[in-house]
Ligand binder design. Structure first.
Ligand SMILES: Nc1ncnc2c1ncn2[C@@H]1O[C@H](COP(=O)(O)OP(=O)(O)OP(=O)(O)O)[C@@H](O)[C@H]1O
Length: 238
């Protein structure tokens, strides 16, 4: 179970987020640009501290201002997958994948290297450097690296946003498979209604730093998500 209740003032902007989520499956954070999605994810990861509140993931209290608990990011057992992958450019795909895994004691590892490589279809890429991967391949490796750190929770901040439509369609099935095969809570930030409807079991709607509504899978998630305008076609001068 995810139990989050956090406040933080950053400049003129106030984050006031309060929501619960399932102990497995995807909880989506949805809201317009500047609504505070990344700010929330960064607080869960431990990269920025809330001013007050608590963050509890599957019974583990990562942050609690009233009890003066604030676990360091590396103690939180959280995998963070960024929009741009952020692979180590000087390491091969294999070394990128095993980097996080090696930091985790063997007794705490619950995901096998070979399982992840097979799940994400990246066996043929293991010896390459990131510069020789497509955007979709980089994101699959980034997801693999996150999983191999055997996290208690996965944070995915717009993991498909930097990809074109074809690459999105390539990576999305891998994310769906990952959600099905691992019983792991995932906090998933996206602007994309389609991605959320495909993946999420719960949606949290954010506006101006505040959580305004949430729905679970027994409700009609579509009613919470405004239809998105169709992107205008590019005009090409002949
Ligand atoms: N360190 C900071 N100091 C002051 N203001 C900040 C800081 N970090 C973010 N903000 C402000 O907080 C607000 C929320 O930013 P945040 O990046 O969390 O939004 P977001 O919903 O993730 O946006 P996007 O979808 O565009 O990535 C913005 O107005 C931003 O300018």
């Amino acid at each position: 179970m995810i139990d989050i209740d956090i406040q933080r003032q950053q400049g003129d902007f106030q984050v006031n987020a309060r929501f619960t989520g399932n102990d497995s499956g995807v909880t989506a954070l949805f809201g317009p640009s500047g609504a505070g999605k990344t700010s929330i994810v960064n607080m869960v990861a431990g990269l920025t501290p809330p001013d007050a509140g608590h963050i509890v993931i599957n019974e583990r209290r990562l942050f609690d201002s009233s009890r003066k608990i604030n676990l360091a990011p590396e103690k939180r057992r959280i995998g963070y997958i960024f929009q741009d992958g952020r692979l180590f450019p000087h390491l091969s795909v294999k070394s990128n994948l095993t980097y996080g895994m090696k930091q985790v004691p063997v007794s705490q590892r619950y995901i096998e290297f070979d399982t992840v490589v097979e799940l994400l279809g990246i066996a043929h890429l293991l010896e390459r450097r990131p510069a020789k991967l497509s955007g979709g391949e980089k994101q699959r490796v980034a997801i693999g690296r996150g999983l191999l750190s055997s996290p208690a929770m996965l944070l995915m901040d717009e993991p498909l946003a930097s990809l074109d439509q074809d690459r999105k369609l390539e990576v999305l099935p891998f994310i769906r498979r990952m959600c099905r095969e691992f019983s792991l809570p995932i906090l998933y930030v996206s602007h994309s209604r389609d991605e959320i409807l495909t993946l999420a079991s719960r949606v949290i709607l954010l506006r101006a730093g505040q959580t305004v509504e949430s729905k679970n899978p027994t409700e009609n998630l579509e009613t919470l998500l405004p239809p998105q305008p169709i992107a205008p076609k590019l005009c090409v001068n002949e």
